[in-house]
Each structure stands twice: as C-alpha cells, then as structure tokens.
Design a protein around this ligand. Structure first.
Ligand SMILES: *[C@@H]1O[C@H](CO)[C@@H](O)[C@H](O)[C@H]1NC(C)=O
Ligand SMILES: *[C@@H]1O[C@H](CO)[C@@H](O)[C@H](O)[C@H]1NC(C)=O
Length: 348
C-alpha cells in the first residue's frame, strides 16, 4: 500500500514536466524572460512589464509569490506556451478569404484605447481549410500598413489539429502582408499569466457559455494588454508597443463580432457564431460592448458611433440595447455559412 502511494506521489510530482502532447491543452513552461516574444528584433531591449496600468483593476498580481504549481499552471517565474503543430499553409500570411459580421467604430473619427465585451463562446462545426472566430479587433493605420490586433475564440482545425474552441489571437503591422501571425507562431505576444494562454481550450462540456474579454492599451507604457476572465481579472499578456507604428498612438477602429475564413472563395463559408441566423437563435453573440476612450476610461458603446460590417449573405447581424440603469449595447450575429448561391440550412 505504501509503495502504491509513493508511486502515486512521484507520478503527481512528475506530471508538470511531462510533454503534454496528447492533452487538449498541451503547453510547456518557459522562463518569463526567455519566452518567444523576445526573439523579435524590435524587442531586444524591451523591458518586461508585469503589472498593467488600466481602467479595470485585475486582482491577479503576477509579482506575488505563487503557490506550488498545479498541473495546469506554471511555477513562479515561468509562463505557459502552447505546444501545437499547425499546418504549413498557416505560415502563408496571404492565404485565405475572410468574411465578417461585426460592429465597428467609424474609422478616423475618434481615438480609442481599447475595447471590452461579454460575449458568447460557441463551437460551430468547422472542417479543414476553414476557421470560425469571434473577436474584438483594435486597428489603426493606412490600408497597406494596417496595424491590427484581434483576440477572442476560434475553432480552427489547421491551427490546432482539432475542433475545440480555443482562446485565439492574431496581430499584424502591415495589413497581413508580411508580418503577423496567430498566437505565438511568430514572436510578439508577451505571456504574463501562469495558466491562461493563447491556444487554451474552453472546456467543451461548458459550451455554449458567456465569457469576458478585453484588449486595452496601457496608459503608461502604451503596450496593448489582453485581459480575460469574469470581471476582467486575468492578465493574459500583452503586445509591446514597439511592434506597431500606428497602434502605438491608439486605435481608430474597434470592432466586435464574428469572422470566418476559407482558403479559397469557391469553398463553403463555415458556420459563424452559433451557426444560426440572429433571428432564429436567441443566444446573443455579444451582450455587452464597451470601448476604452481616449482618456483611458471604460465606457459604454454608443449606437451613434457604431456601424455594421457585413460582407456575406450567409451571415447576418442585429444590434440590440439591453435596458437597465446603464443601457448596454449588444449584437446577435452569425449564420450557417455555405456559398453565396446557397447558404447552408442547419438542422432545426
Ligand atoms: C472537425 O470536424 C469536421 C466536421 O465534423 C471534420 O470533418 C473534421 O475532420 C474535424 N477536424 C479535426 C481536425 O478533427
Ligand atoms: C472618457 O469617458 C469619461 C467618463 O465618461 C469622460 O469623463 C471623458 O471626458 C471621456 N474622454 C473622452 C476623450 O471622450
């Protein structure tokens, strides 16, 4: 009996050091100062920032001594990095045709320091060469040099080799021409949290559900933070200001909504959001849309500063206002996908 317990104890202690290759959340722990971001030529002299200066107050203090790491957390001084093997096409920045159903601020009107949302997390059925996502985008810059950061959930078999819904981000500094990539596939994003990382799966049995997410610029350093968790308490990490010529100065476009992609226009567009049109499925895509204004204050979205972005008949979008002491703006978005000639009908 004692021997069995001893074996069990050893096994449990070894767990975090095993390769997690078969886990849906395979990650390795790396030294926070030696993470992939610091291989970016523009980040050679970057000073690591562990505490954000934001209009919300994340309670998770990354500099406090951590307890013994659990199997889904890295020890103090280390951060998780997702281990996965994406298909080679993903390294071609220009591959793919994108479709969007979103609400956007009006370009060129105002400067924003971020966006936040309570949003629905779904698991639409997606095949290889397709992806389906829900995002907040922050963008700035002329068309050919568009700086863009987008983050939310994605189902993306070519990126993850499975159909799980995962926390996913993308960034570019030149309109997806030569720079940028998903998650940590190229150096750029600095991971700070010890357990929530880009690529982490939402527990499949918990879906659909609602989650909170924000992308916010740091008032002092100008870095762009990714914040998650109920009440925005999880400081996932940030994209350093040095990566961006235009976003360093703030964003003029903040978008909330869904996006899908296929490798070729002839292919079926995948289902977006819940896979239903807004009028036949009452689970909203985004129930609370907020912006961070130029004074770094988190403010309610105002219908007057939002416009619809909708580019495929296989998807739709409806705006609604949730009455209350403070009215909240939301959207229902999505659809079954298909070709423009024939949008798919999903079973009732
Ligand atoms: C994802 O689901 C689709 C449809 O059910 C299936 O065709 C595809 O093989 C799955 N992809 C992976 C990587 O599991
Ligand atoms: C940002 O919002 C705060 C709070 O509503 C307001 O006092 C401030 O004037 C706003 N700043 C800008 C630039 O709109």
């Amino acid at each position: 009996m004692a021997a069995v317990c001893m074996l069990l104890v050893i096994f449990i202690h070894l767990l975090p050091f095993y390769s997690h290759a078969n886990d849906i959340n395979a990650f390795k722990c790396v030294n926070i100062y030696e993470q992939p971001a610091f291989r970016h030529p523009k980040l050679k002299h970057h000073k690591l920032q562990t505490k954000p200066n934001l209009p919300v107050f994340p309670v998770h203090d990354v500099s406090s001594p951590s307890t013994i790491a659990s199997p889904d957390e890295c020890a103090k001084g280390q951060v998780p990095v997702h281990v996965n093997t994406p298909s080679p096409q993903l390294l071609d920045k220009n591959s793919g045709v994108k479709y969007t159903a979103a609400v956007s601020t009006i370009p060129g009107k105002k400067t924003y320091r971020g966006g936040a949302a309570v949003y629905g997390v779904f698991n639409p059925p997606v095949t290889l060469m397709q992806s389906s996502r829900a995002n907040i985008w922050v963008q700035n810059g002329p068309e050919s040099q568009l700086n863009s950061i987008e983050a939310g959930w994605a189902v993306h078999p070519d990126l993850y080799a499975d159909n799980n819904t995962r926390l996913t981000a993308y960034w570019t500094e030149d309109d997806f021409r030569t720079t940028g990539c998903y998650n940590l596939l190229c150096p750029g994003f600095v991971q700070i949290d010890s357990s929530t990382f880009l690529g982490k799966s939402f527990p499949p049995e918990s879906l659909p559900c609602t989650k909170t997410i924000a992308i916010m610029q740091d008032k002092v350093t100008g870095n762009w933070w990714l914040i998650a968790g109920t009440d925005l308490i999880v400081v996932v990490g940030y994209w350093p200001k040095e990566l961006f010529d235009y976003l360093a100065l703030g964003a003029d476009i903040v978008k909330h909504g869904g996006t899908t992609s296929t490798y070729l226009d002839q292919l079926d567009r995948p289902p977006m959001g819940s896979g239903r049109y807004p009028n036949e499925w009452k689970v909203p895509g985004f129930t609370w849309i907020q912006y961070v204004n130029d004074s770094y204050q988190l403010v309610e979205a105002d219908r007057g500063e939002m416009m619809k972005v909708l580019d495929s008949v296989c998807y739709d979008l409806q705006q609604f206002t949730l009455a209350g002491a403070v009215p909240k703006e939301g959207i229902r978005y999505g659809g079954p996908g298909g070709t423009p000639q024939k949008c798919k009908q999903l079973p009732a």
